[in-house]
Design a protein around this ligand. Structure first.
Ligand code: SF4
Ligand code: SF4
Length: 503
């Protein structure tokens, strides 16, 4: 038995998973139009490779990964690119980005798929394949996965905790496609030279853990264990799961690889297996429709599917008044349902006043300390709240604002019903905006200083040239004058000249 550890804080909200966990994954129908954003990773946009009017095949590269942190983007089906234009993305800030608008031809014609031999391909070939397949963390972070495979580690953790209430897409994936999840995990373990591999699954998903155990069998690559971890939110947080499975406490500002541990979501491991063993890029994902639906369930959805075309599959009830992307703890309300499904979309939670009553009015903080006791990152949420509210952003950073994982445990227990996470998100976005403004101002100042330097240098060079020219002219004139004087003297005293000649 593997010894398990407890992370600080945490809460136990009602799970509500049974509403959708019993339904097998169903493939969502092809929509009339796909809106595929070129920005689908946490680290930036892909370089656009298509133009309006182009015919594309399913899986064809349409956005090339750029730079060391790039992630590629592919056509989710065959059809015609009818436009490249800026569209709103599902993001709390209402961010917009360039998207390829694709009209499917319905034929689902694949581009050429080239599988790799996972055991004989070089590590660089595997890493390049993961990058070019556009694989990013499917647990929500959307960080390019190939970048995370560049470190050597001791322990690889495959995160199947899925701790947010209502969401069951990982549960269904593990139950139905465990073999490919394990295959992807083995590829990741090989890439990082892991000596052991731990699958962490919350103990409210026994069928998923059993399916993984069946698929793991006898693996010769390294020590492999499927571990049921206690159901406690947020056990699926990276640092929290590392703590539970290994006992390692990752301090502020550090990451798992600093301690020889790396973590990937089960969906990411599955995508790695598809990319390497089938040659298929990441063009779809599993999404849970849960909450106020008559038919909740899990659907395999093409990236770029407009959310408004997906919601009817769950049959939202008449009193549905909001849709949240993600779960009730970490998700955010969508203001526009025409936005597309992106790689980070794991759940579309339908809400109604009856199912999710509006919170009572916010009351003043009474400094009860409940938020501090619930925080799994050992922050001081009420202090962060005070400083964010008073826009003292320097202080929020001193109190490790950017270590906050926005899990919502503090707000969940707050007796004053303060929407604490909203304050932290506000402070983070303000700090990022100011840093961006400062970087832009620094760049503008540097450009201005360089221009001034260049103008002064050109002025000095011009002055030097003029001075040289003047000196040259002066010397020439002086020489001409001397010659004229000598000639005049010769004319005035010709006998001296003839004496000189006679001598
Ligand atoms: S739980 Fe709420 S009321 Fe209590 S200290 Fe934290 S912010 Fe203040
Ligand atoms: S949202 Fe942030 S401050 Fe609140 S409990 Fe989670 S990590 Fe701590």
């Amino acid at each position: 038995m593997l010894e398990l550890f407890r992370f600080p804080g945490g809460v136990k909200p009602a799970s509500h998973k049974q509403a959708s966990s019993g339904s097998p994954i169903v493939r969502a129908p092809l929509p009339k139009q796909l809106v595929v954003p070129f920005r689908q990773s946490a680290t930036g946009s892909a370089a656009i490779q298509v133009a309006a009017g182009d015919i594309v095949l399913k899986g064809q590269l349409i956005g090339r990964a750029e730079g060391p942190f790039g992630a590629a983007v592919h056509a989710p089906t065959s059809g015609t690119v009818i436009a490249i234009e800026s569209r709103a993305l599902p993001h709390p800030s209402g961010l917009a980005a360039p998207c390829a608008i694709i009209e499917p031809d319905g034929a689902e014609r694949w581009c050429e798929r080239t599988p790799l031999d996972a055991f004989n391909a070089s590590l660089e070939e595997l890493r390049t394949r993961i990058r070019d397949a556009g694989i990013v963390g499917l647990g929500g972070a959307a960080f390019p996965s190939h970048v995370k495979t560049k470190t050597s580690i001791d322990t690889l953790i495959i995160n199947g905790a899925e701790c947010e209430p209502w969401i069951t897409c990982d549960d269904r994936l593990m139950r139905e496609r465990a073999h490919e999840v394990v295959a992807g995990a083995i590829i990741l373990a090989r890439l990082m030279g892991a000596k052991r591999m731990l699958f962490g699954v919350e103990d409210n998903k026994p069928e998923a853990a059993a399916a993984l155990r069946d698929s793991v069998g006898e693996q010769g690559c390294c020590e492999v264990r499927v571990v049921s971890v206690p159901t406690l939110y947020p056990a699926g947080g990276e640092k929290q799961l590392i703590r539970v499975l290994t006992g390692i406490e990752i301090p502020y500002g550090k990451l798992g690889p600093d301690f020889g541990v790396q973590c990937f979501n089960v969906g990411t491991a599955y995508a790695v297996a598809r990319a390497v063993l089938q040659g298929e890029p990441l063009i779809s994902r599993i999404i849970t429709l849960a909450g106020n639906y008559a038919q909740p369930g899990n659907f395999e959805v093409l990236i770029g599917t407009p959310i408004e075309t997906l919601l009817p599959l769950g049959q939202p009830k008449a009193d549905t008044d909001r849709t949240v992307m993600g779960g009730p703890m970490m998700g955010f309300a969508l203001s526009d349902h025409s936005v597309p499904v992106v790689k980070a979309t794991n759940c579309l939670l339908a809400m109604s006043p009856a199912l999710f009553p509006p919170p009572p009015p916010e009351m003043p903080c009474i400094r009860c300390g409940a938020c501090t006791r619930a925080c799994p990152v050992v922050l001081q949420p009420h202090q962060l709240y005070w400083y964010a509210k008073s826009k003292n952003f320097g202080k929020t950073q001193e109190y490790h604002l950017f270590d906050c994982i926005e899990c919502g445990c503090c707000a969940f227990v707050c007796p004053s019903r303060i929407p604490l996470v909203d304050y932290y998100r506000f402070a983070k976005s303000e700090i990022r905006a100011r840093e961006k403004e400062k970087a832009a101002a620094d760049m503008a100042r540097e450009r201005h200083e360089f221009r001034q330097f260049r103008e002064e240098r050109e002025k000095a060079e011009k002055a030097a040239k003029l001075a040289a020219k003047a000196a040259e002219t002066k010397a020439k004139l002086a020489a001409e004058d001397a010659a004229k004087i000598a000639a005049a003297q010769a004319r005035a005293h010709p006998e001296e000249e003839s004496t000189k000649e006679g001598a």
